[in-house]
Design a binder for this molecule. Structure first.
Ligand SMILES: [Zn+2]
Length: 378
């Protein structure tokens, strides 16, 4: 073990300083920075045969620098009742990565603020009647919304033939519908998932007068556009937008209109490059920090929105000490190769892309879980 003087950024106190830190190897880089472990507000697990389970997801999280994630409810069967939640709780217990869960807004389970933190509509097709019915019968609680009007069938890639198109304004209209309906029935606390249009942010700004609303953006919506689409790994919901929207979203992160950076890690072992039948999503939790840093080019903003904002939003006490941290090298560039992922999801829209800023080491609860490309725990 070598002690070296490393730059540290503490997003909880917004402080930058130098400290002697022990690392497994004596590495030299002027751009080495120690930051807290990350929190992902938006993660999918599968638990189906040969698909992402909690063991492979745990490895992928650690390789990506994430010690805590929030699981979305669209598993099979859905996270919507106590039986399914108990099963997930059992399967996800481990000493390193904390898996918090959302619960389906349309099910019988209520959030408990311990391990089931909030409602979510992610991955579930719902219409206006479903929304009104559930807002009217449920006790108000924090709700995550995958804002989409499912009444109109919707994939949206103009260039791919034979697919129905979803209007770009669909998301903003769905945001207004969810939040205004929720407010009418006493809900006050909302988080809008994966913003993908300028209209959505304008809509949220207006609605913030009436409710507590935060929102997130994904690495793919910050780095990729509909011009990049070359196979069905780019079949992502919401769809990749145009260059103007991408630039607008980056600015919105920088000026704090977007509060949280979230992965929407949606692993699938293999896609068949069949746009019509393949499932949605991209597997990206292992390279999320790098993708965000490449897009934003500002370490403090990225770390604030991967550590402080999500934990503050969910009232989770942060842990940042000599036993828990991530080492990143802001100088290091690499080409994404999803065949090397610890995740069972090999469907990565960033495959072959050059990213800058790499997670080098991850220490959780006193143990090195990852160092220089290698997973080190059992
Ligand atoms: Zn999702």
């Amino acid at each position: 073990m070598k002690f070296i003087s490393v730059k540290v950024y503490d997003p909880y106190q917004k402080k930058l300083f130098y400290e002697e830190i022990s690392l497994p190897k004596n590495i030299r880089s002027e751009k080495l920075v120690v930051v807290p472990t990350f929190f992902d507000f938006h993660t999918h697990v599968r638990l189906l045969e040969d698909q992402e389970d909690y063991e492979s997801l745990k490895k992928a999280c650690i390789a990506g620098g994430f010690s805590e994630v929030l699981i979305q409810p669209n598993t099979k069967p859905r996270l919507e009742n106590s039986k399914v939640h108990e099963k997930h709780k059992k399967l996800s217990e481990n000493p390193y990565v904390r898996f918090y869960r959302t619960t389906s807004f349309f099910g019988s389970q209520e959030p408990n603020n311990i391990d089931i933190l909030c409602y979510s509509t992610d991955g579930i097709e719902y219409n206006y009647n479903d929304l009104v019915e559930n807002f009217s019968k449920k006790k108000p609680h924090f709700l995550l919304d995958h804002s989409q009007m499912f009444e109109h069938p919707g994939i949206f890639y103009k260039k791919i033939e034979n697919l129905p198109k979803r209007p770009i304004t669909n998301e903003a209209i769905a945001v207004a519908r969810t939040i205004l309906t929720g407010i009418e029935f006493g809900f006050k606390d909302f988080h809008i998932q994966h913003i993908s249009s300028i209209y959505t942010l304008e809509m949220i700004k207006f609605l913030k007068k009436y409710a507590n609303i935060t929102c997130e953006v994904t690495p793919h919506h910050l780095l990729l556009t509909n011009e990049h689409i070359k196979n069905s790994n780019f079949k992502i919901n919401p769809p990749l937008a145009d260059q103007q929207t991408r630039e607008f979203l980056i600015e919105a992160v920088k000026n704090n209109d977007i509060d949280i950076l979230a992965t929407d890690h949606a692993p699938h072992p293999d896609k068949k490059n069949d746009f019509e039948k393949d499932p949605y999503g991209t597997s990206n939790i292992e390279i999320a920090f790098s993708a965000f840093y490449t897009a934003i080019e500002d370490l403090m903003i990225v770390v604030n929105k991967l550590c402080d904002s999500p934990r503050r939003r969910l009232k989770i006490k942060p842990k940042f000490d000599s036993e828990n941290f991530v080492v990143v090298d802001l100088n290091q560039e690499f080409i994404v190769d999803s065949t090397k992922f610890y995740s069972k999801g090999k469907n990565c829209a960033f495959d072959g892309m050059k990213l800058k800023g790499k997670v080098i080491g991850v220490k959780i609860n006193g143990k090195w879980g990852f160092w220089d490309g290698e997973y080190l725990l059992d």
